[in-house]
Design a binder for this molecule. Structure first.
Ligand code: NDP
Length: 246
């Protein structure tokens, strides 16, 4: 029997993160996930994984808090061993004119998307480098590739995640560590609950496949990048987006 691997997923209490937690558990990973505040949802995801006969643990950890991240990663390794796979998924959206973005809202975007990615990476990488094996999957967005009006701070931080992915893949390839990015198009999750039906329909109309994607469809790409089937892929951006950009 193959030894069980340990995956760490940030933002695993709902949406794409929750689908990734369940999909990775189904693939045999023991999964640790972080969420920020919704313990009820997190408990439901853990229960769903345990019903599959797999293991998961949830920690209420804000990814922007370096010491909380570092402490929780150490705790999780006592239970599930060294982290083999990091899925850096936690994210927030902010739809505003750029001139209306407050410094506080800007800092939240940077803290969640970029500081958070730095923090979780710093917590898992020393172990991966010393073991000369590891896998990181980052979650950007189609808007990090094209830019989106009224989502300038979201687009700029999501573009930063792509820069991280490409640079770190080069730095860590010789250490046996792969780093790839998933940049989804419009996905049917809570994150888009602030968009009007008209806004959603407009994006679907521009999408060749004519609909939003599902969290499961993004989780399927994450599982592929987490698997040995993608063993020669690193530094790449894969965009499940229904053909919205090609
Ligand atoms: P959701 O809003 O449904 O879920 C976000 C998750 O991130 C929640 O579990 C939330 O926990 C967690 N989270 C947010 N901030 C923090 C933080 N500071 N520390 C720890 N956890 C945090 O989002 P989606 O599932 O839609 O999105 C997941 C990722 O995919 C994001 O990075 C997003 O930008 C990206 N994406 C989404 C798209 C979409 O159309 N939905 C399209 C392209 C990219 P809690 O609820 O407890 O705060």
């Amino acid at each position: 029997m193959k030894p069980r691997k340990h995956a760490l997923v940030t933002g695993g209490s709902r949406g794409i993160g929750a689908a990734a937690v369940i999909a990775l558990a189904n693939e045999g990973f023991a999964v640790t996930f972080f969420y920020r505040k919704n313990a009820y949802l997190a408990d439901q995801v853990v229960a769903q994984v345990r019903r599959l006969g797999r293991d998961a643990m949830a920690y209420a950890v804000d990814v922007s808090d370096f010491s909380a991240v570092s402490h929780a990663v150490k705790q999780s390794m006592l239970e599930f061993g060294a982290v083999d796979l990091l899925v850096s998924n936690a994210g927030v959206s902010d739809i505003s004119l750029f001139t209306d973005v407050t410094p506080e809202a800007f800092n939240k975007m940077i803290d969640t998307h970029l500081v958070g990615l730095f923090n979780v990476s710093q917590a898992v990488l020393p172990g991966m480098i010393s073991r000369k094996t590891g896998n990181i999957v980052t979650i950007s967005s189609i808007w990090g590739m094209t830019g989106a009006s009224c989502e300038v701070t979201y687009s700029m931080t999501k573009a930063g995640i792509i820069g991280y992915t490409k640079a770190l893949a080069q730095e860590l390839g010789p250490s046996g560590i792969r780093v790839n990015c998933v940049a989804p198009g419009l996905i049917d999750t809570e994150m888009n609950s602030g968009l009007t039906v008209k806004d959603l329909q407009e994006i679907c109309d521009q999408t060749p496949l004519g609909r939003m994607g599902t969290a499961q469809e993004v989780a399927d790409v994450i599982v592929y990048l987490a698997s040995e089937k993608s063993s020669f892929i690193t530094g790449q951006v894969i965009s499940p987006n229904g053909g919205l950009i090609t």
